[in-house]
Design a protein around this ligand. Sequence first.
Ligand code: GLN
Length: 485
Amino acid sequence: MDLHRLTIHELSGMLKKGEIRSRDIVDSLFKRIDHTEGKIAAYMTLTRDLAYEQAEKADSLIKSGKAGYLTGIPIAIKDNICTKGIRTTCSSKILEGLVPPYDATVITRLKDAGAVFTGKTNMDEFAMGSSTENSAYALTKNPWDTERIPGGSSGGSAAAVSADECIAALGSDTGGSIRQPAACCGVVGLKPTYGRVSRYGLVAFASSLDQIGPITKDVTDSAMLLNIIGGHDPLDSTSVGTPMPDFTGSFEGGIKGVRIGIPKEYFIEGMDIEVERSVMDSISILEGLGAIKKDISLPHTDYAVASYYILATAEASSNLARYDGARYGFRTKNAKDLFDMYIRSRQEGFGPEVKRRIMLGTYALSAGYYDAYYRKAQQVRRLIKEDFDRAFESVDVIITPTAPTPAFKTGEKTQDPLKMYLSDIFTISVNLAGIPAISIPCGFGSGDLPIGLQISGRHFDEETLFRLAYAFEQSTEWHKRRPAI
Ligand code: GLN
């Protein structure tokens, strides 16, 4: 049987019954990886030996009856999440050779749950991008069409899940980096509420927006992973102690009477016609299941991209100041003196998009411009959050497309950063407001390219997202389609 094709919940059932061993899953996966990875390039680093070691431990744990549902399940990790003893590069040259001496909290939790690691996945350098083309190392291909991008910045994770090169993966989402690649690759991506999942050990891009979340083959797996990685962490002061329900318990009860808001600002002229049609059809399906549709307005939507690209770059310029070639990662070989070493290490170590953002952010924070840009963007952020607060007085969730188009062609937007930034037009507001959102497959455009539906909800109400997403998944077949790679 093709074990690599199955989900967490399917495999964990089989493991528990003793029908298969974790080792068999690892065998099946690495065979698959050997076959497809040359075409996809989803991974930065493969951890084959570690995977077998972990699988062996998992198998004895399962035998002793002490296993949880993640025991023995192979997971891929985005390369900006620190893994003790495993190279972590953020797909940047400046972190070349870095092997973290500690695990991120999410990694500790996965290990405690008995998960197996297949490797670290490719991404846009420091998670800055929407296509994974900004990686300093590799060009990841979309498994549905290898001439197209897998989305980004968690493109490696989404491609690995979609191509069955792992069972599930972790990504990070600052402005859409879990949801948009999930949409492009036809898989499920969840950005949890800001504060739901610890950021300890996630290499910081924009700390007030960054959040780790699962990329999976279906909604059940997404809930299962959130169960494990979510919850308060004393090592991250922004993680919140809000109670953690069993998210797989959210599915019961159907969606009768759930009020879904359709924001008029997201359905504008110029939107891709196939995306619009799929999303509209999906809304009808949800209505058929008993949800109640309401037109709403999020009036400050137009300002989201501008305010995000000021705040995110400002935070990035400060967070990335620490990479100076002195203590770890890349160091120039051509330095005349210490100061020159700092300058050249950064010059040679960072890629063009990262440099652009450091410059933009530094400018936005500099004396004289701070009030005009940074402060103003913070004020707009508040207005955007208040738009959502107001909307959630009359609806339970908000439905939009995840991305304005299906996956675009490699190279299509690399010369025009503004065009690239607009890929996040539907996902960014969610990060600014700190609310949770999930992207699920909701159709296919011409050329067999997946389309994603985004469901956003109230702070810490991932349960309602899961309930709706699960109900939709149960009555559609989109999530079952796999690329013919
Ligand atoms: N594409 C957006 C950016 O370039 C979002 C990236 C992310 O969520 N990490 O900033």
